[in-house]
Write a protein that binds this ligand. Sequence first.
Ligand code: NAD
Length: 496
Amino acid sequence: MAEIAKNLINGAWEEASGGKTFENRNPADISEMVGVVTKSDKTDVDKAVKAARGAFNEWRLSPAPKRAEILFKAGELLTKRKQELGELETREMGKILPEGLGDVQEAIDMLYYMAGEGRRLSGETIPSELPNKDCKSVRVPVGVCALITPWNFPIAIPAWKIMPALVCGNTVVFKPSNYTSLSAARLVEILHEAGLPRGVLNLVHGRGEEIGEHLALHPDIDCVSFTGSTAVGQKLAAACTEKGKKVSCEMGGKNAIIVMDDANLELAVEGAVWGGFGTSGQRCTAASRIVVHSDVHDKFLDMFAGAASRLKIGNGLLKNTDIGPVISSVQMEKVLNYIDIGKKEGARLVAGGKAYKEGNCARGYFIEPAIFSEVTPAMRIAQEEIFGPFVSVMKAKDLEEAIGIVNGTKYGLVASIYTQDVNKSAIAERDLDTGLVYVNASTIGSEVQLPFGGTKRSGFGHKEAGGRGGAIDMFTRWKVIYRDYSGRLQKAQIDR
Ligand code: NAD
């Protein structure tokens, strides 16, 4: 049965003011309507921002450990509904169920992790150069945050932003991707049920071009955290900076795996399949390039193409499915168009690359996992983010050349290296110009307690998630406090 996703504004679930809706259909079978979503316009955004502003002062002043208790409770509620939400994600955006469940688990991890942060959020005390005076720096919330998210992690990415924003004392207007409105609504419903006061978290559904920019640039928004494409992120980062807003953007990638001549090839192939074709290649961290040492290139390619052709394509709710559909007809056309581009550029298609319509896949957006070899670094298929089951394999004569190829794009999110040689690993860790580096593991697998984000055109501003430099830095400002209890005028630098 089709579900309904409404806006949540000032604690009330409501239809958008214009009364319009749009449909979300299952990309594995577009005859299935997953839900009907209310379609907001700018009036709804204004209302949501006003509600968030109205709730800010009280929420800011509530003790952080109390705010954290609500997150902890939401963690327990989400744990109980993990299966239901994992299945909803699979129906809404196509990823296979184990990945859908993993996505929900990541949100649960983030809820518990950020609940713990409620009892930390620590600053520093630093000695003064003057007697009877103390100095400290404290974290304060930024204000009202606009959080804008993509569809490929419908629950985890929103959780990466909402939980730290709330525990730090900010209020939120959340605009999820229109492809995954229902999953987003269920997450917000759980936080609401866990006891968030009204207005603290508001949800508006709709298309990015229609309401996203209006939300981000709204004069009453203090902080914008965006995850999505580089094209949109760059534009938002520039416009928000110009308006004096705090802004962070996590954007696209062209991630790569290096396979050295001493690598455990079975392990590297498994990593390439998982990195290249997990979530049908629709992860910001997807391994869309594999750079292989010339001495093992042919053997690796054979093994990789064999493994890819054995992947079972189908509806992600069915057991044994390895690879689900891509998100939409537009995305399907885009990936198939890149297959043509690759052929025209002179690369060799060694596996897949066709629309897949067998059995019950006829009404979905399925593509056979594609592998190109004889790809050279300047080709478009080696430079541009494709965001589908599409991997370009390249050759390198040594580690230095491989690192040069990996670093030679405008992106810098993730790189990985397979090698048994500790010295090569150390050089790669040092010289790969990406936000995350994996050794003997694929490009996928970040954990919530460490920071996440890219360099160059993959990331702008603060990183996401936990650890030093992570989301707590994004959602707080440092305030410095000097308190003089000497009872007289003391002058720093002058009284000596
Ligand atoms: P997208 O940029 O089309 O949309 C992302 C979000 O922004 C959506 O909510 C959308 O409605 C909204 N939006 C669109 N146009 C807007 C505008 N002009 N102003 C404000 N908001 C707008 O991206 P997508 O297709 O949803 O997601 C895929 C992209 O996201 C890929 O490039 C992928 O690499 C990237 N991504 C990055 C990360 C990361 O952490 N680096 C994680 C996941 C996805």
